[in-house]
Design a protein around this ligand. Structure first.
Ligand code: NAD
Length: 293
């Protein structure tokens, strides 16, 4: 069955991008946030992104208007009952996600496919709290979603072939290259990336080098487009801490243990670019190092 209506739950960093690419691919998109202020903030993010594309000549004003006309904005979860596919991009917390899925399982029709954009939580554990584990799959996009061309499609031991195929087709339809991963913490990319990011924090914490020198070292020395501390600010330090703790719990491997500095920064509200401050202070241009190790 072709996916026509997509529900996106959570319109933060990831949800706003996922909602945008689904609308650009021609889907009707229903976006749900917890309150009107956050809904307006998410809508503003999408509008700003589309406006920039028009200013750069990558899209026309008509295309932008068509994309925006495909959205329905709501704070009412029950409005997602019309969806063929739901993509969840809420906070990285299993309790919150399971509560959401239990509710949606009760209101969505049998054919609706459920998918989570989680970076580290078990898709199988979410599927298990619904009556449709065969129609449950991981769709793990990358930040910024409209620009990054990868999606990891995560198959649990219960995901049916039809659901897996539909998820792959959706990934391709929104312009992504699909890689398939097992339902194991970190899938492919974060399994390898998270220890590297944590090592960069440990290097900064030990005073090996300044934030700019650690970033420039990896950019110029390894050809990475972005240094690890800048990447952490983009991903979100709170999200990274959640992921590291989950992987640490699952693998019991010191490579995934969060450095104390990461915990202190998250506790201090330094969540990276989205909060204005992380390893860098984004209130000035160009951003400057925000903290001493
Ligand atoms: N940040 C990244 O680079 C990245 C990359 C891939 C996947 N992810 C995953 O995507 C998910 C979201 O991450 P993010 O970085 O977008 O977080 P975020 O904090 O930017 O956004 C989460 C949004 O979800 C909203 N929300 C919370 N509970 C909700 C509910 N019940 N219904 C509707 N909205 C709700 C919050 O208000 C917030 O706006 C997480 O599972 C994360 O692991 C993040």
């Amino acid at each position: 069955m072709a996916i026509q209506t997509v529900g996106v739950v959570g319109c933060g960093l990831m949800g706003s991008g996922i909602a945008q690419i689904a609308a650009e691919a021609g889907c009707a998109v229903i976006v749900r946030e917890v309150n009107d202020a956050l809904l307006a903030k998410g809508k503003g993010k999408i509008e700003a992104f589309l406006k920039k594309a028009v200013e750069k000549g990558k899209a026309t004003a008509d295309q932008m208007a068509t994309t925006l006309s495909r959205f329905t904005w709501t704070t009412n979860l029950a409005d997602l009952a019309k969806c063929d596919l739901v993509v969840e991009a809420i906070v990285e917390n299993m309790g919150a996600k399971q509560e959401l899925w239990k509710f949606l399982d009760g209101v969505c029709p049998a054919h609706t496919i459920f998918s989570s954009n989680t970076s580290s939580l078990s898709i199988g554990d979410m599927a298990a709290c619904t009556k449709r584990p065969d129609r449950f799959v991981g769709l793990h996009f990358f930040n910024p979603v409209p620009i990054m061309t990868l999606v990891e499609v995560v198959r649990t031991i219960s995901t049916s072939d039809a659901t897996y195929q539909a998820a792959c087709e959706f990934g391709k339809r929104v312009g992504k290259t699909v890689v398939t991963a097992k339902d194991t913490p970190g899938f492919v990319v974060n399994l390898l990336l998270v220890p590297y990011l944590l090592d960069a924090i440990r290097a900064f914490e030990k005073g090996v080098a300044s934030a700019a020198d650690i970033d420039n070292g990896m950019k110029l020395g390894c050809g990475h487009p972005m240094g690890p501390l800048t990447l952490l600010d983009f991903v979100g330090l709170d999200t990274t801490l959640y992921i590291a703790d989950i992987m640490d719990h699952e693998f019991k491997d010191v490579r995934y243990a969060a450095p104390p500095l990461l915990r202190r920064m998250v506790a201090a509200g330094m969540h990276g670019k989205k909060s204005g401050k992380g390893f860098y202070d984004y209130s000035v241009t160009p951003p400057v190092q925000a903290i001493r190790p």
